[in-house]
Design a protein around this ligand. Structure first.
Ligand code: COA
Length: 317
């Protein structure tokens, strides 16, 4: 694949750590020190599909193509107001596309999984232009009385248009089933036949366990894709990592012993926006003019499942 356009969109409401301290027993100092997050953008009256559409349209504009030229839309999403149809199908209608559409849920790793699917479609001549996107509203999954999770998240959408090319140097995705550390359960519609007990349970996260697993899997995945691509850690221009916790990313950076400028950050302003975080950060770098032809970008993400994934893409826009 070759990336030919990127886009992103954020809800308008900024919620600072001090705003949260008005609502619960927390402080700006605690959140900043433990996570690196200062504020996040949170959905109020927006619908996630509108943010997803905005991100998609921006990616199309950046790629200088129209929705009708798309051959496939893949959207990574964990939750939104519609269980069905898919977010990809909803966006399809709003951007004038007419093509196969599918959502995938690999939690916060979803964007990397979507890249893997898109590459397979391009390699097998099933598509030429693919919209790969991620739209997430994790603030709707957390318990707002649980200060250990609700302060971590923010909402948003990111997208990119990819076409055929030799940009993807290596990719690795994995999953190791572990319900215990991170999950969200919802109650389904009752039926006359249900006899089992069901529960609604807002996002549960065993923070420290997830932290350790995240560091280990991200490091492991990045080393694997570097090795597969025949590259060294210093060949990478930017490490675009899932924006969950500054300490996770900084730990990896120290292990790699590379300059902080190679590990761009936007979690300070957006918090953890689940699978949208890598897509949003990529768009930010593109729009800031920080990406140059030939730059090597290493993506890495991890999340519930427990899933993880990494890839290396050459920027050839
Ligand atoms: N404000 C103030 N205090 C808080 C708090 C908050 N928002 N949240 C938790 N605390 C308290 C705890 O109650 C605990 O108090 P105690 O010692 O009196 O019991 C103390 O802070 C330490 O809690 P702990 O959970 O040990 O903190 P931590 O250093 O592990 O940081 C996380 C918590 C969630 C920030 C951290 O574990 C983390 O980032 N984990 C990974 C999360 C992640 O990457 N998720 C993404 C998956 S996609």
């Amino acid at each position: 694949m070759r990336i030919i356009g990127t886009g992103s969109a954020h809800p308008k409401r900024t919620v600072t750590n001090d705003d949260l301290a008005q609502l619960m027993d927390t402080s700006d100092a605690w959140i900043r020190e433990r996570t690196g997050i200062c504020s996040r953008q949170v959905i109020t009256d927006e619908h996630l599909e509108d943010l997803a559409t905005e991100a998609a349209q921006r990616a199309l504009d950046d790629a200088q193509i129209e929705g009708k030229e798309l051959d496939y839309i893949i959207c990574s999403n964990v939750i939104n107001e519609y269980v069905t149809p898919s977010m990809a199908s909803i966006v399809e209608g709003k951007i004038g596309a007419s093509c196969p559409c599918v959502d995938l849920n690999a939690a916060c790793t979803g964007f990397i999984y979507a890249i893997d699917f898109a590459e397979a479609l391009l390699q097998t001549d099933r598509a030429n232009n693919i919209l790969v996107m991620a739209a997430e509203e994790p603030t709707r999954m957390v318990n707002w009385n649980d200060r250990s999770t609700c302060v971590l998240f923010g909402d948003g959408a990111g997208a990119m248009v990819v076409t055929k090319g030799n940009g993807l140097r290596a990719i690795k995705v994995s999953s190791k089933s572990n319900l215990g550390v991170l999950h969200y359960k919802r109650k389904l519609e009752p039926t006359p036949f249900i006899t089992k007990e069901e529960e609604h349970k807002p996002l549960y996260m065993a923070g420290q366990e997830v932290f350790k697993t995240a560091v280990t899997s991200s490091l492991h995945d990045l080393l694997a894709v570097l090795s597969e691509a025949g590259l060294t850690k210093d060949d990478i221009t930017y490490y675009i990592l899932h924006q969950a916790n500054f300490r996770i990313n900084d730990f990896i950076r120290h292990r790699f012993d590379v300059d902080a400028s190679k590990f761009p950050v936007n979690m300070d302003r957006y918090g953890n926006s689940s699978s949208a975080s890598v897509a949003m950060l990529l768009d930010e770098l593109n729009r800031m003019g920080r990406l140059k032809k030939g730059d090597l970008l290493a993506f890495s993400a991890f999340g519930a499942g427990f899933t993880s994934g990494a890839c290396i893409i050459e920027w050839n826009k």
